[in-house]
Design a protein around this ligand. Structure first.
Ligand code: SAH
Length: 406
């Protein structure tokens, strides 16, 4: 199988009544849905054929003998132009993904940081690829990616450039589940990328996530537009809470904000943020502070015209939903209270367990607690290089809600 050109020799038969999500395109077959394995016992990362209980072929996916994600489907029988061998699947999926990005202008002369593959959203569950200039960070959250690294690299290089530098990373959260080595490869060190003309220093494969939160690109552009909303002389004051390296803060300043305070608890992130401000000639209007964002919000009632609130993921799974919702409510109550009447809140949640409606309910309750009126103007998700398959709504993890506060 390693040469990737063979048809699968093993069949996974599902229990009666368990096949529906997979006909619709959901890729994750949990162990409990599998009735039995027929043929050669598959090894971790082998491509297998998945059948429903009447032996109809649903599609093909990567097998894992012990993970609860027993099969990750990557090709469907309803795709007649797709040959069910590994090399063909990888080639077709990466080509399609690259075409989707080209269609939305990625990469472009002003934007050199983008996501080439978004795991389930691009039909390759377990594989994420972020591109920073000529460096691609290949992130594995499934064992098959590590096992078939050469074919993955070949497919990625084919759509980028033969000389693209690849950095390999393993998602620590799933490393143990999938039996992957948690070791992280060294990245190529700090480099500069462009996002809509703004310069950012990133360390591909080095710091949090893959070094830059690409999913917020369009929401940062929204903040740039909102910051210019008052026109010249409006003197807008902006607080970027949970700023990381200042993505929202720099956009606010670039949009015309008079004064921006950017707060993060990570000293390293704040340091890079200051460097980013310098590189864009915005140091005079953007101040960085290493501090607890909730404390800063709670200490400045009715002080800001625009507050961006982009905390880390509070809910890891549905199990810790109640405490996570309480945290979101507290943070957003503080953010609402920190706004001057008529100000704008841009608030995000990247917990996939907190669905869009639930997040809006949290904001409703936070506004009631803060004694403020909140009128929602924008409900958005991640940028289009983070596509979501409708049969896999868990992929829609990022919510970004904007509105006016009185
Ligand atoms: N808005 C950023 C991404 C934010 S990610 C961007 O566009 O790039 C969430 C950030 O919250 C991380 O940088 C993390 O260091 C920071 N963080 C976590 N807990 C915090 C706290 N209590 N106070 C301030 N920052 C915190």
């Amino acid at each position: 199988m390693d040469h990737g050109k063979e048809k699968p020799r093993t069949t996974i038969r599902l229990h009666r009544g368990r096949a529906r999500p997979f006909w619709h395109g959901n890729p994750i077959v949990f162990s409990g849905a599998v009735a039995y394995v027929q043929g050669e016992p598959p090894a971790s990362g082998d491509l297998v054929e998945v059948h429903d209980h009447m032996d109809r072929v649903i599609g093909w996916g990567f097998f894992h003998p012990t993970s609860q994600y027993r099969v990750r489907l990557v090709a469907w029988a309803s795709e007649p132009d797709l040959r069910p061998d590994l090399a063909s699947i990888l080639e077709a999926r990466t080509a399609r993904a690259a075409a989707l990005r080209r269609g939305v202008g990625l990469p472009g002369p002003d934007t050199t940081a983008w996501r080439l593959l978004n795991s389930e959203g691009d039909g390759l569950s377990g594989l994420t690829v972020d591109v920073f200039g000529d460096v691609a960070v290949v992130m594995a959250s499934a064992a098959w990616v590590a096992r078939h690294r050469d074919l993955v690299d070949e497919a990625v290089r084919r759509v980028l450039a033969p000389e693209a530098r690849l950095v390999h990373r393993t998602s620590p959260a799933v490393a143990s589940e999938e039996g992957l080595a948690p070791a992280e490869a060294e990245g190529p060190g700090p480099m500069e990328v462009l996002e809509r003309g703004l310069r950012f220093v990133v360390s591909p494969g080095g710091s949090q996530k893959t070094g830059f939160y690409l999913d917020q690109r369009d929401n940062r552009a929204l903040v740039r537009a909102l910051a210019g909303g008052r026109g010249a002389g409006g003197a807008m004051r902006v607080l970027d809470a949970f700023c990381f390296t200042g993505g929202f803060a720099l956009n606010a300043a670039a949009g015309g904000a008079a004064e921006v305070l950017a707060v993060d608890s990570s000293g390293a992130a704040v340091e890079v943020g200051r460097e980013n401000a310098r590189r864009n000639g915005l140091s005079d209007r953007v101040r960085f502070q290493e501090a607890d964002a909730v404390e800063v919000l709670e200490a400045s009632p009715r002080a800001w015209d625009l507050v961006v609130c982009d905390p880390p993921r509070f809910a890891r799974s549905a199990r810790d939903l109640p405490p996570a919702l309480a945290r979101y409510q507290r943070v957003n109550r503080a953010a609402l209270a920190a706004l001057a009447p008529g100000g704008m809140l841009v608030t995000c949640s990247c917990s996939s367990a907190v669905r869009r409606d639930l997040f809006l309910e949290v904001l409703r309750d936070a506004a009631a607690e803060a004694g403020r009126r909140f009128a929602v103007t924008h409900v958005r998700g991640a940028a289009p290089d983070h596509p979501v398959h409708p049969a896999f709504p868990e992929g829609e993890y990022l919510k970004c809600v904007a509105g006016t506060v009185w």
